[in-house]
Write a protein that binds this ligand. Sequence first.
Ligand SMILES: Nc1ncnc2c1ncn2[C@@H]1O[C@H](COP(=O)(O)OP(=O)(O)OP(=O)(O)O)[C@@H](O)[C@H]1O
Ligand SMILES: [Mg+2]
Length: 1006
Amino acid sequence: MPRRDDAPLVGRSAELALLSRTIEAAAKGGGRSIFIVGEGGIGKTRLATAAADRAARQGWTVALGRAYPVETGVPYALFSDALLPLLRKLDPSALSILTRGGGVQLAHLFPNLAPGTDERRPGEGDPSEIKARLLWNFTQFLGRLAAKQPLLILLENLQWADASSLELFHFVARQLESHRIVLIGTYNEAESELNAALRNTEQSLLRLGTLTVQRLAPLSLSETEDIIHQMFGVDRSATRHFSGLLYQSTRGNPFFIEETLKFLVESGALSERDGRWLGWEMETLHLPPTIRDVVKARISRLTSSARALADLAAVIGTRATYDTLARVSGLPPAELVAGLDELRTQRVFVETGDADSICYDFTHPLLQQVLYSDLGQARVRLLHATIAGALEDLYGPAAAGHADELALHFARARSPALARKAVTYLTAAGRTALEKYANREAANYLTAALEHLDNQGSGVSRREILTTLARARQRLGEYDIAMQLWSRARDDAIAAEDRGETAAIEHRMGLACYWSAKYAEALGHYQEGLALATAPRDAPLTVRLLLAKGICLQDLGRLGEAKAEVEAALAAAAASGVDNSALLARAHRALLLLYAWTGPLDLARNHGHQALAHARSARQFMLEWTAHWGLALLGGVAGNAPEVVEHLEECERLAEQMQSPLLPVWSGELRVQYDSGTGDWDRALETAERTIALARRLNQRTILPRLYVWSGLIHLWRGQKEKAKTYFDLAWTLSGGTGTVSAGDETDRALDVPSIVPAHLGMASYHLANGDPREAVRVAEAGLEIADRTGYVVWALQWLLPAVCEAAMEANLFELAAKHSARMRRDAVHANHRLGIACADGCDGLLAIYRDHDHARGIELLRSCAEQLEAIPFPPWAARIRHRIGRALLVTGEREEGMRELRKAHDVLARLGHTDALDLAREDMRGIGVRPPPRSVVTGAAGLTGRELEIARMVATRKSNKEIGGALRISARTVSTHLSNIFAKLSVGSRGELADFIRQNGLGEG
Ligand SMILES: Nc1ncnc2c1ncn2[C@@H]1O[C@H](COP(=O)(O)OP(=O)(O)OP(=O)(O)O)[C@@H](O)[C@H]1O
Ligand SMILES: [Mg+2]
């Protein structure tokens, strides 16, 4: 048989070019993922390997991982398969630099990859947060690895990939754009239908635009001829007829072509004489009917020990090491080596790995499948049992660390004598998977464990399997199944008269109901749990139950009742005695957040500080982070700028320490609000864009509406109405729109008030800016109604009441404005809300002027308002009030004083780029015959902010947005946002005009 292992690739030039382009682009830092897709044997592996070889020649690191048709269930198996050989070569110090303190997270996902890291767990907190942290740190690690040397990861046969690997693939693929990484996956289309996770991954990545799918077509007739020519070196003219036959019967599938040719050689139809191949003149091809039969015929010619090894390898199912094969086959070394040699020369096995660990893989997955299905059920079971026993022996005391592999073989042995071991290893594997947040795998293992147990009734605790499995289902969002499992576990606990355990299960059942939005039922379970829990033994559980109840009530908008529960939780935590600081921290934190929505704000702050102190003494970083976050939020609503900054910095420090990707999204949102209020609008927009992108990549939908509203408002104030409207619409849809609830269904429906209220604010502001103040009043009042109904007093004060008042004034609905203003003053004084008090003064001032024509009093109130706003500081609103003061003074004939106020307002508005308000101020100046100052000269350079001037100068030197973004380390999108602001501020319409402006005004040199 002629060898053709190193024969060049036939055809596929377009496909290879696409891969090369992708690799080149990635080398410059624009990574991407590609799926190579097609029927079995069409050449996916071959093409991907050719691309990988090319990359390797250009100095890339190549990592290859393979999934196997045997469902292994090992969490993240595909990635560890790919990266293990690579990481083994790194010494510990290099590894610790690459993980940058995230070694814990890495070790948690891949115990084999980063052994020897310290004992810290990934930390407490919400499972989805922890999971994101694990995946994020892995991605960061890959990024750093690739920064040294670009990295191509080839993951083969994704149709068999486990759910956790696909999830990781998806996560990594979304973060590739700034890394020198190419992620190639191959899968067999015919078998992919069964893998729903793969389908979802592909669809989602396609929607996100981060994936290219390359489908492979069969080879053409002339490419089929090329293969024959390469293999046999014969003249094309001599084989023309034969090529046609071969092409017809193989339909251009290269695997089929090769196997057929091998078959023809082995059956003697093609033969070599004096260095020449003969037999091409055949009229028809005498072939077995299917490719499986071709493969079977080849296998049937193996000697008996080679066949036995091949059978064992097929049952092992994944890559097999030499040691494993030696142990399970029990063959003496000489016979073993002879068998392996034969399998290699017959191209059934390929040898991989290095001298320390020699491994064997099938050359093609079809070989494994044919062998396995040929064995028959009984023999398969027997072999699994043999393998299970031999492996358990081989691993000895380390067997527990190989629970995945052992579970698979013990379970498939289906032998009553081995059931106990199957349950033990399945449960252990399930528990480890759950710890790694490989929830799907955990559920599969534990379900199997339960089945084996039910058939058997052995010593392992049924309740423990039930509850662990229920947790896995719950994490997967399969609440109905989880509830069934919980209720079975509860029956068990009741029968055992274990009250504490029963209460704990009621808590879990409550949570399952809560997460599936069945609030009334959730409350019922919490209540049951509370009735069962006995003090003082179950104090921690009691506190958790009370807090859970409080949160549920809060979501239902029953803030008053929620408060009572949380206060009770605090009392229970305090009574629970020593070592209760974590419990106290939880209770105080819940109260901080409750009072931050409802006031009084001082009380909220007090709880916040206590939460902080207790979280610190319990060394619970996540609790500490949330306490700081809550205090920063509180600082914002209380109009206390230093407080906001202090706690945000603490949040950022802790998030860094915990290496969390999600937490910065949440603190970022507060930064945007803060910068928007204090008038650093450029920075606010930059942060917003960055945070929105991150929130999207991490699927944090709940935070998006607010980010859209805060940045939409800035766009609106800067005169970009359409852009603002787009953002407000997004916020509206994401927050669940109107949030109207029909009477009667109120008890059981959660409202995302912290998103719905800002969404209303955005829409109302849009209508007001669009000249429809009555519609603005309507929308703002609708939002107000929701905030009031649910008890979110502070949200009403912070955002809706000022908006309602402003819109009502604009619509000349004086009585309505007066009513809301009075209420704003009352609530603000009660809650000690500075912004609310200032705004009430502002509204009353305007009422005095426009309704009562009492200018003196009006001006006095407006001054008070402006001074309070400036003290907070809240300059954008303060400037608009100064503008009104100026107007009023002009009316009363105090021209000089009026101009002074107008100029003050003008300066601030120009610096902010608050174009709509600025236009009005300038009109007023012109109205009294004063020429307004240049609309943009404020900071000496055309009123542009520092950042804007920098960008304008770069545009003048003909740099593209991408280049500018690169130089300033911001995204090209952010550059384009700045540019539209610059255009608006300078009233220029193109990059060319901007360049002229910069030159003509001598702004060119920095
Ligand atoms: N373009 C090509 N030129 C020459 N030989 C090829 C080409 N494509 C595939 N082959 C050969 O055909 C055989 C099958 O190809 P390959 O293993 O890449 O298929 P596959 O699509 O990965 O199949 P599977 O889905 O079963 O994994 C291999 O021996 C390979 O070398
Ligand atoms: Mg393949």
